[in-house]
Ligand binder design. Structure first.
Ligand code: COA
Length: 255
């Protein structure tokens, strides 16, 4: 797994493929770049794909960022460190919030925007925030019960549960607080980048309504709702998600 120094932080990231376009995929709450493994494999022949661990997550150094804007500054520094100016930027859940805010802050750098299981506002159930603050394991357990489709294979559920529970106490709560404060509902219509929004039909954390909102507000955007999946659509239905991302990345190549 390659590393780079960005914003004074040692950043671990997954990487596959080479050349253009560069597709950068940002993970969600309590995640790592590893959540995109299938997409890295599936896009490597059509793009250079990178997926960093955010600060304080996975193997990256530094402290978790407290807000979506701070995560945007981190991603900008990470791309600068890789000498990447123009990017097809994607994100899942909290990472999707980072991608939206990045596209609003640096529109000239974004050749395409991929919004996976996310929304323009990400209010979090108060009960979930309360549990994570008072009984962290129970809070993580509630989060994952809401996140993954009950029809997902047991082994897949177990591996997602395990990955989330591996976070140091407080990381998940910090990420969800950053989500809870995120709201670009009134600004999202200023995004001009080609946009793909994709989510699971059974997503209870960021329901399809949130993705359809992107479809209504972002000119020319495409919305894909994937049956048989909860919030982790890139994992639960990896083939359908990868196919949609692949087609989109190819359409975003700079001429
Ligand atoms: N896109 C489109 N519509 C959205 C939206 C988004 N990103 N976020 C909220 N809305 C809509 C809601 O559907 C609701 O519409 P309605 O009035 O037609 O029912 C309205 O905006 C207000 O919703 P919200 O701001 O979420 O406040 P609320 O008090 O109604 O609900 C929660 C608060 C926490 C119960 C609710 O946001 C929720 O169930 N969230 C999902 C669970 C969760 O914790 N997700 C974690 C996200 S990381």
């Amino acid at each position: 797994m390659p590393r780079v120094q960005g914003n004074g932080v040692r950043v671990h990231y997954e990487s596959a493929g080479a050349g253009a376009p560069v597709v950068c995929l940002v993970h969600g709450t309590g995640g790592t770049g590893g959540v995109w493994t299938r997409q890295l494999e599936g896009l490597a022949d059509v793009a250079h794909v990178v997926a960093p661990d955010l600060p304080g997550h996975g193997q990256s150094g530094g402290a978790p960022r407290a807000s979506i804007r701070e995560c945007v500054a981190f991603v900008a520094g990470f791309l600068d460190a890789l000498s990447v100016r123009h990017v097809v930027l994607g994100g899942h859940s909290m990472g999707g919030a980072v991608a939206q805010e990045f596209a609003l802050t640096y529109p000239e750098r974004v050749d395409g925007l991929i919004l996976v299981g996310t929304g323009a506002r990400l209010r979090v159930l108060p009960r979930l925030l309360e549990l994570l603050a008072t009984d962290y394991p129970e809070g993580v357990s509630l989060l994952m019960r809401m996140a993954v489709s009950p029809t997902a294979p047991t082994a897949l559920r177990a591996s997602l549960d395990h990955a989330m529970a591996a976070n140091p106490e407080g990381v998940v709560l910090g990420d969800l607080r950053a989500c809870d404060a995120f709201d670009v509902m009134t600004r999202i219509d200023t995004i001009r980048a080609p946009t793909l929004a994709i989510c699971g039909e059974e997503d209870r954390l960021t329901p399809p309504k949130y993705s359809r909102f992107f479809g209504e507000r972002i000119a020319g955007s495409r919305v894909v709702v994937v049956p048989g999946s909860g919030h982790y659509v890139q994992v639960e239905q990896s083939e359908a998600t990868t196919a949609a991302l692949r087609e989109f990345a190819q359409s975003c190549c700079r001429r």
